[in-house]
Design a protein around this ligand. Sequence first.
Ligand code: ADP
Ligand code: MG
Length: 247
Amino acid sequence: MNLQTGIDAPRLEIRNLRKRFGNRQVVDDVSLSVKPGQVTCLLGPSGCGKSTTLRMIAGVDMQDSGEIYVDGNLICDTLFRIPPERRQIGLMFQDFALFPHMSVADNVAFGLRGATADKRARVEELLAKVNLSWAIDKYPHVLSGGEQQRVALARALAPRPRIMLMDEPFSGLDNRLRDGIRDETLAVLKEEDTAVLLVTHEPEEAMRMADEIALMRDGKIVQQGAPYNIYNAPVDKQAVAFFSDIN
Ligand code: ADP
Ligand code: MG
């Protein structure tokens, strides 16, 4: 099978991913892709298999079958596996724990290799983008939750990942701050040219952030498309109910 390569290739493509735990099929034939410049949202209720899917893409969990491609290149199937640190994938989770004993600068530089001056320049560039230049020599405990979140974003972006995997990254934040932080995060990701696979159980978050939604239930993708289309034409009664909390 020929995949697209080069600038038109999807940043991330997964095909027919499956995973069982015991006799439970937790991820059941999941396929999706994320195009350059886009946010694809894996949306579904708690327990439907979203985080398991992300863990396989990140390489911290191994699929039973199926393939994962970054920029059109195979990074993992059942016979071949590139280790997590070489996948050019960035990660952000709800529990985005910064290293408490390291300064903001050292946190952001953590995943970087190369000359000290180059690392410093990259750290300064990213902290400017997340409006935290003033905090470069501070320690995480003096920062607010929203500020720590922005440091975590800078840290995840530092090695220039081709794709960012975000697992409910905003759910620990105060309601009042969340919309603003969502928008700022998207702006920085676009500026850095990083495509995003965002996992959430909140339809409202998917509607706000996604270019494309993959609706997941019981390990399967039940509907996929533009947010507007999914919202206006949910595939079945369960999907209608799932979207009904949004006003
Ligand atoms: P979601 O992120 O959508 O809430 P998860 O992918 O975390 O769902 O989990 C899907 C299902 O798989 C859940 O029922 C969960 O209990 C189960 N599960 C996840 N990880 C493991 C594991 N390591 N061993 C056994 N069951 C697991
Ligand atoms: Mg989860």
